[in-house]
Design a protein around this ligand. Sequence first.
Ligand code: PLP
Length: 439
Amino acid sequence: MDFAKEEIYEKMGISREVYDFSEKIWNSLKERFEQIDAVSEYNQLKVIGAMQKNKVSEACLLGTTGYGYNDLGRDTLEAVYADIFHTEDALVRPQITCGTHALALALMSNLRPGDELLSPVGKPYDTLEEVIGIRDSKGSLKEYGISYKQVDLLPDGGFDFEGIKNAINEKTKLVTIQRSKGYQTRPTLSVARIGELISYIKNIKPDVICMVDNCYGEFTETREPSDVGADLVVGSLIKNPGGGLAPIGGYLAGKKECIENAAYRLTSPGLGKEVGASLQALNPFYQGLFLAPSVTANALKSAVFAANIYEKLGFFVVPDGKESRHDIIQAVTFGTPEGVIAFCQGIQQAAAVDGHVTPEPWDMPGYDSPVIMAAGAFVSGSSIELSADGPIKPPYAVYFQGGLTWQHGKFGIMKTLQKLVEKGITAADFSKILEEIEE
Ligand SMILES: *Cc1c(COP(=O)(O)O)cnc(C)c1O
C-alpha cells in the first residue's frame, strides 16, 4: 500500500490502539469473510438469474398511478421474488407498510374464525403480540375468534417435539415459525432446522400451512425456508431484501392459494393482485433486490467483526465469534447502562447522516424501561443500515445490526470501542490480548 490507512482513521477519531486491535481482529477473520462472500456470490447469481428469466426491462422500472391495472413492473417483480424463493407466487408491494403488516396480512388472510394458530418456537416478535391478541388489541386475531397456542423451545434451544405433537389439533390451520431470534436470547434457526421442524409438523398434519417470519434472515444462506417446505415466507423490504434502497414495503412468497388470500385481503375481494399502483417504488425495489445479497453480506461481516472484538474484550456476545449465522443481529452484553449508551453513541458518531447528534435513552411508548437507539439512516427506520439499540435494564445488552457497506460497519464498531475506551468502560490491555491471539 502506498498510503497509510491509519491516518484517515486517526482523522476520523480512532486512536492507534483501537486501530491496531481492530486490524488484528479483522485479519483473523479473512477465512470467515470468504465464506460469507461465497454465499453472497451464489445469491447474487440467483437474483440476476431470476431477473433475466422474467425479462426485467427498462419499462419495468417506471411504475404506475391510479388503479395500477396491468402494472408490468409490479407483476414482473412479484414473479422475480417467486423465482428467488422457489414459490408459486409472491406479493411484493409498497402498500405493505412494514414487516409487522406483512405478517399480519399473511395471518389474517389465511386464518378464518374457529381456526387455531400455533407457534412451535416460543413467543413471537413483540409487535405480533397485538396482532395475535396475546396482548389485547382492536382487530386482533383473537377478536375474530381465531385462537392461539404456543410451544416454547426447550432450555437448550431445541424443539419440544412432544409438546408440539400435543398442541396440534383439528383446529390447527397455520403454524408460524420465526427464523430470527429477534431481540430474544434463543438461537436463530438455520434453514436446515426450519426444514426439520416443518417436516415433523407436516407428518402429523399434512395440510397445515407452515409460515416463516423471514425478517433479517434473507440471503444469509443459499437456501430460504421455502426451499425446505415452508408454504409461505414473509418479510420486510426495509431489512435485507430491500438492499437499503427500498423506501417502504413488505413481501410474501408462497403457495398460490396463500398469496391469493393475502392479495384479496390487502386490496379487496375480487380485485386481489390486479390493483395497487406501484408509484415510484419499483426502481428502488429492483435495484435494492439486486444489491441485497451483497448488502446482507456486509451486515453479516460487521456482526461477525463486532462479536469477535467484544468477545476478545471479555463481554458476552450472542452469537459468539465463531458460530454460524442465520440472521444479521448481534447482541453484546455490557452489564452496565454506561456500556449500552457508549456503544450506541459510537454507532451514531459513525453515521453519514445525523452523525453529529448524540442519542440518549428515552421512555418509548410500549416499553417498560428507557431505550436508547442509534441510527443515521438514509431510509428512516431501516435496520439493514448500521443501527443499534438497547433497553436500559439488566442485563444491559445492546442489539446491533446492519451496515450497507462492510467498511462502514467496521468503522462503526471501531467508533463504539473508541467510545468505551474514552469513557473508561473497557480498561482491557489491548497489547496483552493481541499477544494471546498471536499464540
Ligand atoms: C423486524 C421484525 C418484525 C417486524 O417488522 P417491522 O418492519 O419492524 O414491523 C417481525 N419479526 C421479526 C423477526 C423482525 O425482525
